[in-house]
Design a protein around this ligand. Structure first.
Ligand code: SF4
Ligand code: SF4
Ligand code: SF4
Length: 342
């Protein structure tokens, strides 16, 4: 089995725990398992500790998957590749599948803790979203004017950079990620007037997921913003997409994670079945504070959009928001549960 191209910025240049003497590495699987196990446990600690723990875990995860290990976190595309080669090259298929299967299992149990605690792209998105969240606290008219001015600036920068570095290739078939990045800027423009009532727009992420899986299945080598961060694909398209995602996040908080991330869409759908979920135990007076608190726009007058919640913990402890393990509650007090779970 040949040695794959591994970018120089990765500290570990070979598998730490090689599987069957191949270039498939079990170390990222172990790291991923530990992080996903710790997240739901830390989530329930007291607020300042849970917040510190989340930031620390995001930083550790970013270090492990961006700098330390030579492993791509692109599990959605890996899943499609793996299914194509099962029976012909089972070790490589295992290498592509193992992380994705683990992620599916954890998401079915503990929701999108991966997004809020482990995903490095989500982490960077949260860091840049502070600017957007300050803008969204302005009165409606100023909020919209500022949003469109910022979006115009961001679009100008992205398209100028994309033009400067443009490749002389078949643009649309070879640069899917850049097309996704441009689509994100358009979506942000569409969503700005509805940023607090955007549940309909969020459904576009399912179209994004199906298109992305479909393109992978027919053999298009789809790249995405995270390829630049995690993988060995430091290509033009992924670079443009990453810049688009991070700059769009300064205009509308977490816009990539809300509207277009194919992985987020898949996890959001699976999270609807997770027994560990947020519940609202208070009485809503319609003050709108929770709406401003949530980086994902998952709260509206006490109603929780389970598919959008990334388990960031920001709202927990305010106005009756709390974590609930539905299965454990059902076993302990079956009759009172329906009053808690929305
Ligand atoms: S939605 Fe996508 S980019 Fe955002 S945190 Fe989840 S997996 Fe990461
Ligand atoms: S609903 Fe609460 S825990 Fe979920 S993403 Fe929003 S603020 Fe975070
Ligand atoms: S649930 Fe949200 S809108 Fe309703 S009272 Fe509480 S903070 Fe205000």
């Amino acid at each position: 089995m040949g040695r794959p191209d591994i970018p120089l910025f990765k500290i570990v240049q070979r598998p730490l725990l090689p599987v069957a003497d191949s270039w498939v590495d079990a170390a990222p699987f172990v790291a991923f398992f530990v992080l996903l196990t710790l997240a739901p446990w830390l989530l329930r600690r007291r607020k300042p500790y849970a917040h510190i723990a989340r930031r620390a875990m995001q930083a550790v995860s970013a270090f492990i998957f961006i700098i330390f290990l030579h492993r791509c976190l692109c599990m959605l595309r890996g899943w499609v590749f793996a299914l194509k080669i099962v029976g012909r090259n089972d070790i490589i298929a295992f290498g592509h599948l193992c992380m994705f299967v683990l992620l599916v299992a954890f998401t079915l149990r503990t929701g999108r803790t991966f997004c809020g605690w482990v995903c490095p792209l989500g982490f960077f998105n949260e860091l840049v979203s502070g600017i957007a969240r300050r803008r969204s606290r302005l009165p409606r008219r100023s909020r919209l004017i500022a949003g469109y001015l910022m979006l115009a600036g961001v679009a100008a920068v992205v398209f100028w950079l994309a033009y400067l570095a443009r490749p002389g290739t078949q643009y649309f078939s070879e640069n899917v990620a850049a097309v996704w990045g441009a689509g994100l800027l358009l979506l942000v423009g569409l969503a700005l007037p509805f940023e607090f009532h955007d549940r309909g727009i969020k459904r576009i992420k399912y179209v994004s997921m199906l298109s992305w899986i479909g393109l992978s299945a027919v053999g298009v080598f789809v790249t995405s913003p995270w390829c630049t961060l995690f993988g060995d694909e430091l290509d033009y398209s992924s670079g443009v997409a990453l810049i688009s995602v991070l700059l769009a996040g300064t205009v509308l908080a977490m816009s990539w994670c809300r509207y277009l991330c194919p992985m987020g869409a898949a996890l959001g759908w699976l999270a609807k079945f997770a027994p560990l979920r947020l519940v609202h135990l208070g009485t809503c007076t319609g003050c709108g504070k929770c709406r401003e608190m949530c980086p994902m726009g998952a709260l509206e007058n006490g109603r929780i959009d389970q598919a959008s919640c990334i388990y960031c913990n920001e709202c927990v402890g305010t106005c009756g928001f709390a974590w609930c393990d539905v299965e454990a509650e059902r076993a302990a007090a079956p009759l009172s549960l329906s009053a808690k779970v929305s």
